[in-house]
Design a protein around this ligand. Structure first.
Ligand code: FES
Length: 380
């Protein structure tokens, strides 16, 4: 077995860890309890950098936790914790004359074990779309957080229900309503902020917990719907916090464009229902539209219905009465559905296969450009 010198010993004091290069492979070196150990640096999950993980005593030894999504490896054996069968590539280490040497090849090979729970997300991972050329699947997403235990009248949800009923009766649409308040789902935990590849599709939280409520949203919105109607109350001049909680978890959809040049939402049409006692409808609509077009939704002309009564309208009981009786709401919700469903039909006749996403891509990021510049300089 050949050994390659990788680091002077004094650069890896007791209690420290470091990444080193072994040819093209990156190796995580650990120096704990007087012993130096080495394993492949790229986590078996999504290649997170193990050398940056926290090392702690747990289970039956010392384990490093991947800083991306928390997979753990015994730093001495490279194996996953008891109960799991993954094995990280383990290298042999020798110390001679104050220098650390690592075996050229692993002494234990990496093994990626089966993770049965992954099967539960296969439809999302493989993007098994349920839309067809003839489907008219209309999804309503209600983002009011009115407490379901004490049912009350929500203007945004009432308008959404009206819209779905109309889509069903007028267009024979298949309809589905998701009330975000009924789903238990975790907040986005900022994996993207660690590394662009740490924000995965399906969402890494979904992978960790296949029961996470956002999986229902992903399936309905991305795989099933042709049309999505988003309804929100106005809360302090913006959409509801539940709407934003959902939006943050849709970062993984937009990120597929960034890192994989892959658009998940194509030929789907969206419209908005925005209601509040006070105003700011246009600003709320603009903010929602920017995000939703950025993940691929198409909007028809006249793509939102708004309701508000102005700054001084604090008589909210009256707001409900007026809303419920409003002929404007009755008409405009139907016209919104007409515009949205008709545009969906047109898109189905002319699918947008050739549309590109003029968004920043990782291959064009400043570090990607540095590589390009290096290449072009070396060829001059
Ligand atoms: S846990 Fe390591 S990359 Fe996901």
């Amino acid at each position: 077995m050949n050994y390659i010198e990788v680091l002077p010993l004094d650069k890896l004091p007791e209690g420290s860890q470091k990444v080193v290069a072994l040819g093209v492979v990156k190796i995580a070196l650990f120096h704990f309890n007087g012993e130096i150990t080495a394993m492949a640096n790229a986590c078996l999950h999504k290649a997170g950098p193990l050398a940056l993980g926290l090392v702690e005593k747990k289970y039956d030894g010392l384990y490093v936790t991947c800083p991306w999504h928390g997979w753990e490896y015994n730093i001495k054996t490279g194996s996953a914790p008891p109960g799991y069968h993954d094995q990280q590539a383990l290298y042999e280490v020798k110390v001679e004359n104050g220098k650390i040497f690592v075996s050229e090849k692993p002494i234990v090979k990496a093994k990626h074990a089966e993770h049965p729970e992954k099967k539960l997300l296969e439809d999302l991972e493989k993007l098994k779309y349920q839309t067809t050329p003839g489907s008219c699947n209309v999804l309503g997403i209600s983002s009011t957080n009115m407490n379901g235990a004490i049912p009350r009248y929500s203007t945004s949800e009432a308008a959404l229900e009206k819209a779905l009923e109309y889509a069903k009766s007028k267009y024979g649409a298949a309809t589905k309503m998701i009330k975000l308040r009924d789903l238990e789902f975790r907040h986005c935990e900022g994996y993207y902020s660690q590394h662009q590849n740490a924000c995965t599709w399906p969402c890494s939280i979904s992978e960790m917990n296949p029961d996470d409520g956002m999986n229902e949203v992903y399936r309905a919105m991305i795989l099933w719907a042709d049309v999505v109607l988003f309804a929100t109350p106005i809360r302090w001049g913006t959409a509801s916090s539940l709407y934003f909680k959902m939006v943050e978890r849709l970062n993984c959809v937009q990120n597929q464009i960034t890192i994989k040049d892959r658009i998940l939402i194509k030929d789907k049409v969206a419209s908005l229902i925005i209601t509040g006692g006070q105003d700011n409808i246009q600003a709320v609509a603009a903010q929602m539209m920017v995000f939703l077009t950025d993940i691929g939704f198409t909007f028809p002309p006249f793509s939102f219905v708004g309701w508000s009564r102005g700054w001084s309208a604090e008589d909210m009981d009256r707001n409900i009465q007026l809303f419920a009786k409003s002929t404007y709401i009755d008409r405009s919700v139907k016209e919104l559905v007409d515009n949205t469903v008709r545009l969906s039909g047109l898109l189905k006749q002319h699918p947008s296969n050739t549309f590109n996403a003029p968004l920043p891509k990782i291959s064009e990021s400043p570090s990607g450009m540095e590589e390009e510049i290096k290449k072009s300089n070396s060829s001059v």
